[in-house]
Design a protein around this ligand. Sequence first.
Ligand code: RP5
Length: 170
Amino acid sequence: MAETAAEAGIAEVGIIMGSQSDWPTMKHAAEVLDLLGVSYEKRIVSAHRTPQRLYDYAAGARERGLKVIIAGAGGAAHLPGMAAAMTPLPVFGVPVESRALSGQDSLLSIVQMPGGIPVGTLAIGKAGATNAGLLAAAVLALSNPVLAAALDDWRAKQTAAVAEIPKDEA
Ligand code: RP5
């Protein structure tokens, strides 16, 4: 029986971020991929501070077997767009909440791509990172029935966990 990518140790999703300071946000993408059994790798790849690392990572991503890239950055957040410019893989961008402008700068930097080079832009912060993980899994699930079932199960559990009647906070 053929190994899955996860069993073979091949990452299907690349989670990249501009700085160590982005990890507390981006780890939420990793957590959802862990829950769903999707293989991923995580790297600090800065568009500004390590441009050659970004070039090498994005230009070689497809050949290395990655299927989807999740890119998170804050402030002048050029990482998702520059990565998308150098790979044909789908790129999902996560605007990290910046200190100065609460992530509005990150959001606008990532979402306003010129026509022809798409970045699927998520919400600012934790929700965006979680949803980037779910979207990456949904893309992979198109050709992976086991993963599709895991995603269905994840959603069913989320639905079951929502109480019908609100209660006072402790
Ligand atoms: C961006 O600058 C990073 O994505 C990060 O969100 C922001 C601040 O980086 P640090 O100064 O915290 O390293 O490149």
